[in-house]
Design a protein around this ligand. Structure first.
Ligand code: ADP
Ligand code: F6P
Length: 472
């Protein structure tokens, strides 16, 4: 059996809690397959400690069947590669937010330097028959850098975030360089059919690629397989977390504490793509329009701190705090606070109980690659008395979860009406919707995602020997 080598910027110890869809899903996959997980250590070092240009030290750690190898970044590389290019350019543009992008010309040099450093460090750890699976926007040029070092292994790439239409992508200075780099992979996977369409639209229009049929595209003298592989959760694992003593205890505590209330829940990284201010405005509008929910509806919003060194993130933090404060100030009573806002990552074992005690989940991102919280909420419900999922039509998950209450999160009034509908939905309708949604998330779970991607990677037709590798 070839070894699976996963490469991502963010790693997590598979035995501990993490916030972020990528870390949660990969921890689940690797716990089962075993293998090597390579990426950033999460630490920045001073240049004299780690060396300039990100030549950081490697750290090796064993976590069950997984070997984690991580590398430190210099402060300069962290600022240009992670905060700068990845989260200041690619994240906003790929989430359709050109207004928030900071196109500083210096960032791309750091981005390329760190990808080259990752390639050098990783090459030394590779075996000839490894299958390499690279994840997310931080590492788009990694395969091209590995190829430049003569790595011939199968390499696949999965984009966890959305891919916008070509006219938005084309706003990135150097977009052609970036998209060309994808052709060094054997397989490129996206979360949704819409993202895949944007990719094929781009490569046809901008790179004059032509279709070879069955998802194969030829450009730059290379052939690439492209497909959509919507990521899922480990439904069984989440169900057993729900049944575990800690899950049950949390559920009972929440039920006791909020016995006279209808709970609504939101769980997100504190990110402007998650639509948190719009969600609060919709909740406020719902209280305004439907006074019968005053004194009963309580929204628990958990938002884990994220990327606090990027300025757009501190702006959203202040906006959210102000909104929560004003809703509580305007609507709150001595014995009822409409919003409980918690700026923290909560232990993963406590989430199922919280989800199960909630009548409604608000998953209303302005744009999201997939959104795993939507699927976790469904898996934690009691099928006989399930809660209702209010889901943004702009989350990748909406392509699959058609039986959720789909909303346009920019439409505050429409979302407020949907929240009211969800709070009032009769049990029969809740059961039917939940059963239909569960059958989708069971079929397309995290194991399906991993197996279907890796099967497609193994089956992707190799280039003829002697074809020159794409050079960046
Ligand atoms: P993203 O990858 O953009 O953060 P997803 O919804 O796909 O969004 O994945 C988020 C993952 O992180 C889920 O597994 C969720 O349970 C977890 N998570 C998000 N916010 C928190 C939080 N505040 N506390 C604990 N876990 C969180
Ligand atoms: O799932 C999308 C994603 O951007 C991952 O790539 C990332 O690891 C996660 O969200 C959390 O972000 P960060 O790694 O910047 O904390």
């Amino acid at each position: 059996m070839p070894r699976l080598v996963v490469v991502s910027n963010r790693l997590a110890d598979p035995r501990k809690s993490a916030a972020g869809g990528l870390a949660v899903a990969l921890a689940e996959v690797l716990n089962e397959t075993g293998g090597l997980w390579f990426g950033w250590s999460g630490r920045t070092v001073e240049p004299n400690e780690g060396g300039r240009g990100g030549e950081g030290r490697l750290h090796t750690q064993h976590a069950g069947p997984v070997t984690l190898v991580t590398v430190d970044l210099s402060r300069e590389d962290h600022d240009s590669f992670y905060a700068g290019y990845s989260n200041g350019v690619l994240w906003p543009v790929f989430h359709y937010r050109l207004d928030l992008a900071d196109f500083d010309a210096g960032y791309i040099t750091g981005y390329r330097r760190v990808n080259q450093m990752f390639a050098r460090k990783l090459k030394a750890l590779l075996r000839d028959d490894d299958i390499i699976w690279v994840h997310d926007y931080h590492l788009i040029p990694l395969a091209a850098e590995l190829r430049a070092l003569d790595c011939h292994q199968r390499i696949g790439f999965f984009l966890h975030i959305p891919l916008p239409p070509s006219l938005i992508l084309a706003a990135i200075p150097g977009h052609d360089w970036l998209m060309r780099a994808l052709f060094a992979y054997d397989l490129v996977g996206f979360q949704s059919k819409a993202d895949l369409l944007h990719f094929t639209g781009y490569v046809e229009a901008e790179a004059h690629a032509h279709s070879m049929g069955e998802g194969r595209w030829r450009a730059f003298n290379r052939t690439l397989q492209a497909g959509s592989f919507p990521i899922g959760i480990d439904v069984e694992e989440f169900e057993s977390l729900t049944r575990a003593p800690e899950g049950r205890e949390m559920f009972e505590r929440m039920r006791r504490e909020y016995s006279r209330r209808n709970l609504l829940v939101g769980v997100d990284r504190l990110d402007y793509s998650k639509g948190l201010p719009q969600r609060m405005k919709a909740f406020r509008e719902m209280l305004e329009r439907y006074p019968e929910h005053r004194s009963s509806a309580t929204l628990i919003q958990i938002a884990s701190p994220s990327r606090e060194d990027v300025s757009a993130y501190s702006d959203i933090l202040h906006e959210l705090e102000t909104l929560c404060g004003s809703i509580n100030g305007n609507f709150g009573e001595l014995d009822w606070m409409p919003v409980r806002y918690i700026h923290r990552t909560v232990a993963r074992t406590r989430l199922p109980g919280l989800y199960r005690a909630s009548r409604v989940a608000l998953v209303t991102p302005l744009r999201d690659g997939m959104n795993l919280v939507a699927k976790e909420f469904l898996a934690a419900q009691d099928p006989a008395d399930p809660g209702v999922l209010v889901l943004s039509r702009f989350a990748g998950a909406a392509e699959q979860l058609r039986d959720a209450l789909l909303v346009n999160p920019y439409d505050v009034e429409g979302t407020a009406n949907a929240i009211h509908l969800a709070l009032q939905m009769p049990v029969e309708e809740r059961r039917n919707r939940h059963a239909a949604l569960m059958s989708v998330i069971r079929e397309y779970d995290v194991h399906w995602w991993c197996d279907s991607f890796l099967d497609a990677l193994v089956q992707a037709q190799p280039e003829e020997t002697g074809t020159p590798w794409l050079r960046l």
